[in-house]
Design a protein. Sequence first.
Length: 260
Amino acid sequence: MKARAREILRVERLSKTFGGRVPACSAVSFSLRQGEVLGIVGESGSGKSTLLRCLAGRIQPDEGKVLIASDDHIIDLWTMDEASREQFLPTTVSLIHQNPRDGLRLDISAGGNIAEPLMAAGGRHYGSLRTTALEWLQKVDIEKRRIDDLPEIFSGGMQQRLQIARGLATHPRLVLMDEPTGGLDVSVQAKLLDLLRSLVRELGIAVVVVTHDIGVARLLADRLMVMQRGRVIEEGLTDQVLDDPHHAYTQLLVSSVLQG
Ligand SMILES: Nc1ncnc2c1ncn2[C@@H]1O[C@H](COP(=O)(O)OP(=O)(O)OP(=O)(O)O)[C@@H](O)[C@H]1O
């Protein structure tokens, strides 16, 4: 019998309220195993980005736990001291932004963008950093001769592929994607989705992907979590949730795509 993959992330009753108003996230719990992709869908303002930022170490939740697997033990992200968290996160968790300009250094070359996180993780040898950068450019379908170009002159799709290379080159255990194909042309989106699917399969990483787009969720996610007003209202295997939605909001979400 095949052993179950290792649990990489466990979120327990995570809550966050900004400025004492309605909670952005309320008692959200879920877990994620190696090689698994969890899609999070929900209307604008339902708390998807807030949740992702709490997992990425960018926003401190008011309550709840974010437990992430380290080499041989489990890290409780928000009880560790800040210096340890700053050291732990770059090699373990990667956040891919909707706007590649938020995830890239526009003032250094494409190769430098890939080499920088590798150096932060301890890489020193110039030749091997450049070789790894070239390998990653090839993986994300950017011509190798562009290695010394600034990302500023790349197209939006190329910038997004470079951000993905920068985010994955250190082999993080957990990759968090916030609308990774948003803002791109439909044909560019389709190619990017193919690339993401093959990288996720090849690297066996655990992924949380936030999206407005049910099509993206269907293509990428093994499991789906639907959020409304900061709460998880439905979750399950992606096909099950989309083919037989139980909650009225999920039914609306699915039927609006069918009508669109
Ligand atoms: N830094 C902040 N300060 C105050 N309120 C915030 C902040 N960030 C998010 N919020 C509020 O938290 C709630 C959830 O926002 P969030 O951005 O997480 O939703 P979302 O589902 O990602 O929305 P979208 O799909 O539009 O990005 C919203 O009411 C939002 O106004």
